[in-house]
Design a protein around this ligand. Structure first.
Ligand code: DQA
Length: 152
C-alpha cells in the first residue's frame, strides 16, 4: 500500500504554455494545453498512476508548487520550464531541494533556435530531457516516469 502513494506524477508547465494552440503554432503546434493534459491523465490512469497537471506564469507560484510536491509525496515530475529555463535558479534549486526526479520537456528543439535558448539551468540536474518532439515529448517522458515508478 505504501508504494502506491509514491506512484504519482506531477506535470508542470511554465509561462505562456497556457497559450498553446494559438501561440506561434509553427513552433509549438496546434494542440491546446488542456488536450495534452487530458491525454497524459488518461495514460496515467490506465497505468494505475496518479497524475496532476499545473501551469503558471509566475515563478514564485511554480516554486511553491514544487515544494508542495514533496509534501504530497509526488514520485516523479515532468516539467517544461518554458522561459524559466533561462532565468530561474530559484526553480532549479526548488527541484533539487525536494529531491524528486524530473524530466525536462521542451516542445521545440531549443538547440536549433536562438543561441540564448540553448543553455538550460535544468538539464544538468534532470534525469533526462526531451526536446523538439512537440507534445509527443510529454507522452514519452510520462512513459519513462511510469516505468520508473513501477520499478520501485
Ligand atoms: C519551450 C522553449 C522555450 O525556449 C520557450 O521559452 C518556451 C517553450 C518549448 O517548449 O519549446 O516558452 O520551453
Amino acid at each position: 500500500m505504501k508504494k502506491a502513494i509514491f506512484r504519482s506524477v506531477l506535470v508542470l508547465h511554465g509561462p505562456n504554455l497556457n497559450l498553446l494552440g494559438s501561440r506561434e503554432r509553427a513552433i509549438y503546434g496546434r494542440e491546446p494545453l488542456e488536450i495534452i493534459n487530458r491525454r497524459l491523465a488518461a495514460t496515467a490512469r490506465a497505468a494505475g498512476v496518479q497524475l496532476a497537471s499545473f501551469q503558471t506564469n509566475h515563478e514564485g507560484v511554480m516554486i511553491d508548487r514544487v515544494q508542495q510536491a514533496k509534501v504530497d509525496r509526488v514520485g516523479f515530475i515532468l516539467i517544461n520550464p518554458a522561459a524559466f529555463t533561462y532565468s530561474s535558479i530559484g526553480l532549479r534549486d526548488a527541484l533539487t531541494a525536494v529531491e524528486i526526479p524530473f524530466i525536462e520537456v521542451h516542445l521545440s528543439n531549443i538547440h536549433a533556435r536562438e543561441p540564448w535558448r540553448a543553455h538550460s539551468h535544468f538539464t544538468a540536474v534532470a534525469v533526462g530531457s526531451v526536446l523538439g518532439l512537440g507534445s509527443l515529448g510529454y507522452d514519452l517522458a510520462l512513459e519513462y516516469a511510469i516505468k520508473r515508478l513501477k520499478a520501485r
